[in-house]
Ligand binder design. Structure first.
Ligand SMILES: *Cc1c(COP(=O)(O)O)cnc(C)c1O
Length: 395
């Protein structure tokens, strides 16, 4: 595992996971082996060797997804995959219609490319989530028009852990001849995904949320009439010209290895994070005024998002140190605006800005969760006592 400074307690796995030791070994072997200096496009022996490493990784990732290796395109991560899937498919099908559907609770990588396409003349419908974060399928059915080309709804939400029914969403899209794109950055290797049976046309994944390296991801593209993307980049012929550029063979090998490891330990990991989440909630739920954000039934248990409501989010983060957790949205951590995801679930500005996302993984020790619970309770109590000294002294 990538080591964190010793005095830090890291519970921000939804932002990035430590790299698994087996993955690190694998990447090291690539660098030190015959492919270390080679370009996978070269026809000489070293280049062919590098190419084989990338193809082995493609098979490992395909196995985890129930996909064919030829349906996977390497990218730099889920941000690029989201862009390639959405802009690429929208432009590919623009002669048929220019209407797209998504949700305001998507990752910025989806929301922002949708907005960019709006400026290009595409029309986007944003579906409001239910208070628990889930998509109402009737609302989706009603929003699909004759000119609709693509629906983009994520699998697991990065802030709340809410899980969407991607099978039902995909089936509805198939019935109406609309492409379905799913951002699965948070669910790859954590929840079962079987693309051999799921009606998903495009799926974005990334390495660094599944104990692989940062800077590598993939886009799954189903083999189906009308399902294709225009490239965003133009260059060599790599990745069927859909994503040209020299392959980052060591990162690809790392993602392949991470997929293989995840295939073997998914069930065990899920049980582990469920136990941690239950422990954490049990420890902190007695705090007055605490609310849990998102569904508590349809949720990936590696994420627990809570709001204390009446405490200042920024002060809370400072009080929580050396605990590493996310406030509001990690992507918004530099701006002070309250999480747009939680606002879309109907949370007040105060509730959204005081939100804390705890996220853990397969190697998180119970002791870290116990520490987090204690730290969180004392931080909230301290901030509340500062805010109203009378109340606390009267207790
Ligand atoms: C992390 C994340 C992304 C961005 O992935 P990168 O590989 O960091 O570009 C996109 N979507 C979701 C849901 C994520 O959690």
């Amino acid at each position: 595992m990538r080591q964190h400074a010793q005095d830090l307690v890291y519970l921000d796995y939804a932002a990035s996971t430590p790299v698994d030791a087996r993955v690190l070994d694998c990447m090291n072997d690539v660098h030190c082996g015959p492919a270390g200096a080679a370009n996978a496009s070269s026809t000489h022996a070293a280049g062919r060797y590098a190419g084989r490493i990338a193809e082995t990784a493609r098979e490992q990732l395909a196995a985890l997804l129930g996909a064919k290796p030829s349906n996977l395109i390497w990218t730099s991560g889920a941000t690029e995959s989201d862009n390639l899937a959405i802009a690429g498919a929208a432009r590919f099908r623009s002669h048929r219609g220019r209407h797209l559907i998504s949700m305001p609770t998507e990752h910025k990588a989806v929301c922002d490319v949708m907005e960019a396409l709006q400026r290009e003349g595409f029309d986007v419908t944003w579906l409001t989530p239910e208070p628990d974060g889930r998509l109402d399928l009737d609302q989706l059915a009603a929003a699909i028009r004759p000119d609709t080309q693509l629906v983009s709804v994520m699998h697991v939400n990065n802030e709340t852990g809410v899980v969407q029914d991607i099978e039902a969403i995909g089936s509805l899209c198939r019935e109406r001849d609309v492409l379905y794109h799913c951002d699965a950055a948070q669910s790859l290797g954590k929840l079962p995904i079987d693309l051999a049976h799921l009606p998903v046309d495009l799926m974005s994944i990334t390495g660094h949320k599944v104990y692989g390296p940062q800077g590598i991801g993939a886009l799954y593209i189903a083999e189906r009439d009308g399902c294709d993307v225009y490239p965003l980049l133009h260059g060599g012929g790599q990745e069927r010209k859909i994503r040209p550029g020299t392959l980052a063979v060591h990162l690809i090998a790392g993602l392949g290895k991470a997929a293989e490891v995840a295939t073997g330990c998914m069930r065990e990991s899920l049980a582990h994070v469920t136990a941690l989440r239950d422990l954490l909630w049990q420890r902190i739920c007695a705090l007055p005024g605490l609310v849990r954000n998102g569904s508590d039934r349809f949720v990936y248990p590696g994420i627990l998002n809570v709001s204390a409501g009446d405490v200042d989010g920024e002060s809370l983060m400072l009080e929580l140190e050396p605990l590493c957790v996310a406030s509001g949205s990690a992507c918004n951590s530099k701006s002070r605006e309250a999480s747009y995801v939680l606002r879309a679930l109907g949370r007040s500005d105060l509730q959204a800005q005081s939100a804390v996302r705890f996220s853990f993984g397969r190697d998180t020790p119970v002791a870290d969760v116990e520490f987090a619970a204690k730290r969180y309770i004392s931080a909230v109590e301290r901030l509340r006592s500062i805010a109203s000294p009378m109340r606390s002294s009267a207790r």
